[in-house]
Design a protein around this ligand. Structure first.
Ligand SMILES: NC(=O)c1ccc[n+]([C@@H]2O[C@H](COP(=O)([O-])OP(=O)(O)OC[C@H]3O[C@@H](n4cnc5c(N)ncnc54)[C@H](OP(=O)(O)O)[C@@H]3O)[C@@H](O)[C@H]2O)c1
Length: 348
């Protein structure tokens, strides 16, 4: 019971790093001795101290760690990355017990630290209950590709616009806020050519996080890019996946990547190579259909606006041929002002 309570405290610490840790996981730590919390810490930013070291730095004196228990939401690291291995410090300071929330799925670490700590006589308990903190991190190492979320706003009759070639504003301010949070939680956002041209989105997170998601645009001929579009006037890494090279002078943050064809599988392989752990697909209808057809959708978020569009408006997913049906489980339905949000996870 007590272990559970302190690990939950560590999980609350971990959440404070949301949006700041980039491709590192959210991790929190709590140091306890004689049922007293001596220090708390979390991984604040990509490249900075890990949670265990942050918590240790909040002890009055490092000697307090001797004989104490450290609760940490993820197995401590055992490799030299941007910071030295945390496991060394845990051993050096004489912690008696380490309670972790999960084994690190990163093969550089996975299980190795637990083994080393045990060899040094440290008691290790894995409660295996903190995976929900880092769904994309866990997914990426398990499946060798990013967690893919399809997201759209639609009317009650399943349409995402009123008329071909036009943008239709469907949802309200609460949904806008929610979609901003969604962008913050993803490391890349993908849109198709028509959405770029018609909607002219910025694809930014308005709170200007330290590590904004990569903006990825699929466009046939990058020579047709209109540099007056909003996406080229804002900062943040931007990738144009195209079939033809662009000879124009582009802003430094815009990278053109040429391939003869960009299938969903190739796009995902490209992002995997960049270490991208989560991808949000933000339209339009044809890009959605391509990913559905490839079976490359793991989660779905549909915002449903209380409107009927009728006519020839584009459905939320529309493509060629017949796709295999994908099964989902609806995890949550919530009300955002007058809109509904449906969150569903793929059933494999
Ligand atoms: N309500 C919402 O949530 C929402 C979100 C986003 C967009 N929208 C709306 O959706 C509409 C646009 O959707 P859409 O379905 O027409 O277009 P889209 O999905 O944005 O873009 C599709 C186009 O991208 C190009 N493309 C696709 N795959 C490609 C590939 N592998 N390589 C190179 N180019 C590729 C294709 O051009 P070709 O056809 O020339 O091959 C394709 O027609 C707009 O009206 C927008 O306002 C609504």
């Amino acid at each position: 019971m007590k272990d559970q309570k302190y690990l939950e405290m560590a999980m609350d610490q971990a959440k404070k790093g949301l949006g700041q840790t980039w491709q590192n996981p959210l991790v929190g730590a709590v140091i306890v001795k004689n049922d007293q919390v001596l220090a708390k810490g979390y991984h604040r930013r990509f490249g900075e101290k890990h949670a265990e070291i942050d918590a240790i730095s909040h002890l009055k004196n490092e000697k307090e760690a001797t004989g104490a228990t450290i609760y940490v939401t993820l197995e401590p690291c055992s490799h030299q990355g941007k910071t030295p291995p945390c496991v060394n410090k845990i051993i050096e300071l004489g912690f008696k017990r380490v309670v972790i929330g999960q084994i690190d799925p990163n093969p550089q670490v996975s299980g190795k630290s637990v083994e080393r700590m045990k060899q040094h006589g440290i008691q290790v308990t894995n409660l295996d209950n903190s995976k929900s903190l880092n769904p994309a991190y866990n997914f990426y190492f398990k499946n060798g590709r990013p967690l893919i979320t399809l997201k759209y706003a639609m009317s009650l009759d399943g349409k995402i616009n009123q008329k071909s070639g036009y943008r239709t504003k469907l949802t309200g301010k609460y949904t806008f806020k929610d979609t901003q949070k969604l962008r913050l939680m993803n490391q890349a956002i993908l849109i198709g050519e028509n959405t770029l041209k018609i909607d002219d989105p910025k694809l930014t997170v308005r709170t200007n996080p330290l590590f904004p998601p990569y903006r990825v645009v699929l466009i046939h001929d990058s020579r047709e890019l209109n540099l007056q579009q909003s996406i080229f006037k804002s900062e943040g890494p931007t990738y144009i996946l195209t079939n033809y090279k662009n000879e124009q002078h582009l802003p430094e943050n815009v990278h053109v990547v040429v391939d003869e064809t960009w299938t969903p599988k190739k796009i995902i392989d490209f992002l995997t190579k960049q270490g991208i752990q989560s991808l949000l697909i933000e339209g339009g209808s044809h890009i959605h259909a391509d990913f559905v057809k490839s079976g490359l959708v793991d989660q779905l978020i549909a915002y449903v606006a209380p409107k009927l569009i009728g006519g020839s408006g584009l459905p939320s997913v529309f493509g060629q041929g017949i796709s295999e049906m994908l099964d989902f489980k609806i995890e949550k339905i919530s009300q955002l002002g007058s809109d509904l949000k449906v969150f569903a996870k793929r059933v494999y």
